[in-house]
Write a protein that binds this ligand. Sequence first.
Ligand code: FEO
Length: 172
Amino acid sequence: MKMKTPLEKAFCDQITLEFEASIVYRQLAIEMDVLALPGMAAWLRHQADEEIVHANKFIDHLVDRDNHPSIGTIEPPPTNVEDPLSAFQAALAHEQKVSESIRTLYRTAEADGDLDSRPLLNWFLTEQIEEESTVSDIVDRIKLINDDGPGLLRLDSELGSRPTRTTEDSQG
Ligand code: FEO
């Protein structure tokens, strides 16, 4: 069933935010490349791809329901990165922003009685718990490593071995 226009607009805003998240991750990947941490750069680049998968899930949902998805103006926040810790803290802050946005979208859909979007939004609520947890764990590990160079290189290597996902991977 086609969703009402205000709810459609809220979904379009979420699509824009997912693309914004992709750009944030891509910029953070660049910062890690600049710092000669290729594993972390690769991890963040894969995450940037995943955010596009997320945007596509919302786009597909709207098209399937005869709505009209559109991408709004993307204004990624500046990334003030001095080291890996500030990079992953920035990633975590953005994930928290996305999580709150999904919760707001869920509440808006519920208030509208829009049952059809529930499965998708439930998937995203679960996904955000995982995303925040994963990034938060990396932040904690970087804090533990502190100034230990070999420890940082080990973590960099570990993150660089993350299985590759692409924007064509529908599992997100
Ligand atoms: Fe699409 Fe990482 O939130």
